[in-house]
Design a protein around this ligand. Structure first.
Ligand code: MD3
Ligand code: FE
Length: 246
């Protein structure tokens, strides 16, 4: 009798401890999520910093139009892997549209009105590109954003973008609008020094981020892309970044 009761108490005690342990670890996970996953809310618009806004799914309705307009751009200015000033081939394939395009070669990084491959001007910025960028910027509080450059990044499996700052534009008071299309990626949102800790943000098809104010000069990058197959972009992730470069 006493033996059974003792066993019973021991079992209850153990169950109780397990329940308590699960409760505590869940509470810790929830608290951690609050800090680790700023993307874990239901709100489609999320402030990431004083000048940075995440507009979840903002480009989803235009997604197919954007990707078909991109085909016309790529027919004129194909994707290419540029060479860094250090002599390395970038893993991201790039092209541009609009009056100015970002280029890199052994002599450095710069904006150029001419595509160095074709020696022709970059293709014009498609209307749906410009509209989306201007509307997203306005949504984030930047009125009258008029981009003169759209850098298009294409990521395949394993493609990454190392932590860097965007400093080749003339006026840092102008925001950058970034549009993610196709396969998802983990984006790194760092601080103002390369070694500062970086927040991880999952960016999926249609997500738009507007980077302005003090957040404009944050270090950022993209972790190696995982394999995937998106109905609109196949194995790729496409990122459009709209800039006022000149
Ligand atoms: C944060 N592209 O092209 S977009 C780039 O996903 C670039 O292809 C990444 O970084 C990509 O330069 C990230 C998000 C982004 C763009 C510009 C920023 C984040 C930024 C400028 C300042 C701070
Ligand atoms: Fe960048």
């Amino acid at each position: 009798m006493w033996g059974r009761l003792a066993t019973c108490a021991a079992v209850a005690n153990r169950r109780c401890r397990i329940i308590l342990r699960d409760f505590i670890s869940k509470a810790i996970r929830m608290t951690m999520n609050l800090f680790d996953n700023p993307d874990d809310t239901e709100s489609p618009h999320q402030r990431l910093g004083p000048g940075a806004m995440l507009l979840r799914q903002f480009a989803t309705p235009a997604g197919a139009d954007l990707l078909s307009a991109l085909e016309a751009v790529v027919a004129q200015a194909p994707f290419r892997q540029m060479i860094t000033p250090g002599g390395f081939r970038m893993s991201v394939a790039m092209t541009n549209c609009g009056p100015l395009g970002w280029v890199s070669d052994r002599t450095g990084y710069r904006y150029s009105a001419i595509d160095p491959e074709s020696r022709l001007p970059w293709p014009p910025m498609p209307e749906p590109f410009r509209d989306l960028a201007t509307n997203a910027a306005a949504q984030a509080g930047f009125d009258a954003f008029s981009p003169d450059a759209c850098l298009v990044n294409r990521y395949a499996v394993g493609t990454k973008l190392s932590l860097h700052q965007d400093k080749d534009e003339r006026d840092f008071a102008q925001p950058i609008v970034s549009v993610s299309l196709g396969n998802p990626a983990i984006f790194l949102f760092g601080g103002f020094k390369r070694a500062d800790p970086a927040l991880r943000l999952h960016l999926t098809h249609g997500d738009v981020v507007v980077w302005g104010g003090p957040d404009r000069l944050r270090y950022h990058g993209v972790l190696p892309l995982k394999a995937g197959k998106h109905p609109l972009s196949g194995q790729y992730r496409i990122n459009l970044t709209f800039r006022k470069a000149g």
